[in-house]
Design a protein around this ligand. Structure first.
Ligand code: PEP
Length: 246
């Protein structure tokens, strides 16, 4: 299966700046070695999606409400994203930490994405205390078990999982490729045990956390690594284009 590179632009860039970045990526990524997705902010989503309509670069959202409509001021639902996005980041640690999203809510969001034809990019990962206490694997597997609990086996095969150790996100402190490989292996085994190897084989497991064009390959080479979720470096078109053509 082709690797998947997802760029999370987070709460950055105006509509105009988002379009400039989308254009630069479109021009500079001539020979992608992977499937590529960029996730602009909601305000820029429509413009970027229109701009990349015919492109090899696909578009994703950064969040989704678990309801399809209703009195949820300020929220964006799955039906609103239809036609604009093909992917949707769910359970990013910045949402877990800053907006109090818990696994129960995240499981409903994953389900909402699937129900609305979006591929969820489900983020899981331990914080520094959990790692120091030897609880990294337990934490990640517990998150996964609950976050996927609303899905049928067939639906689970449509999910992309991003392993993102919280302490490595936006800090410049990337995880050791060996540790990433161990965790990805552990997630892969969990999927085999819980859902069958045929399903596990279809699920791409990405790494995310201070990835840049210099360290990207060391993660892509890890066994069972299905690609990367890139934050800060995805705002730099030279870096992101390079990562997509390794
Ligand atoms: C992210 O936003 O998911 C992320 C991994 O950010 P960064 O690459 O900046 O650490």
């Amino acid at each position: 299966m082709k690797k998947l590179i997802v760029g999370n632009w987070k709460m950055n860039l105006s509509i105009r700046q988002s379009l400039v970045l989308a254009d630069r990526l479109e021009i500079n990524i001539e020979k992608p070695t992977a499937d590529i997705v960029v996730c602009p902010n909601f305000i820029s989503l429509h413009a970027v999606s229109h701009e990349l309509k015919e492109s090899k670069i696909k578009v994703g959202a950064q969040n989704i409400n678990n309801n399809d409509d209703g009195a949820f001021t300020g929220e964006i639902s799955g039906p609103m994203l239809k036609g604009l996005a093909k992917y949707c980041i769910v359970g990013h640690s910045e949402r877990r930490v800053n907006f109090g999203e818990d696994d129960e809510q995240i499981s409903l969001k994953v389900s909402a994405a699937i129900r609305n034809g979006l591929t969820p990019v489900l983020c899981v990962g331990e914080n520094l205390n959990q790692r120091h206490e030897g609880l990294a694997k337990r934490t990640v597997l517990d998150q996964l078990a609950e976050d996927l609990s609303e899905l049928t086996i067939k639906e689970v095969s449509k999910v992309v999982i991003a392993y993102e150790p919280v302490w490595a996100i936006g800090t410049g402190e990337s995880a050791e490729p060996y540790d990433v490989e161990q965790m990805i292996n552990c997630i892969h085994k969990f999927l085999i045990n819980k859902y069958q190897s045929e399903i596990a084989r279809k699920i791409r497991i990405l790494y995310g956390g201070s990835v840049n064009s210099d360290n990207a390959l060391s993660y892509l080479n890890a066994e069972f690594c299905g690609g990367l979720l890139v934050g800060g470096a995805s705002l730099n078109y030279r870096q992101f284009s390079k990562i997509c053509q390794l």
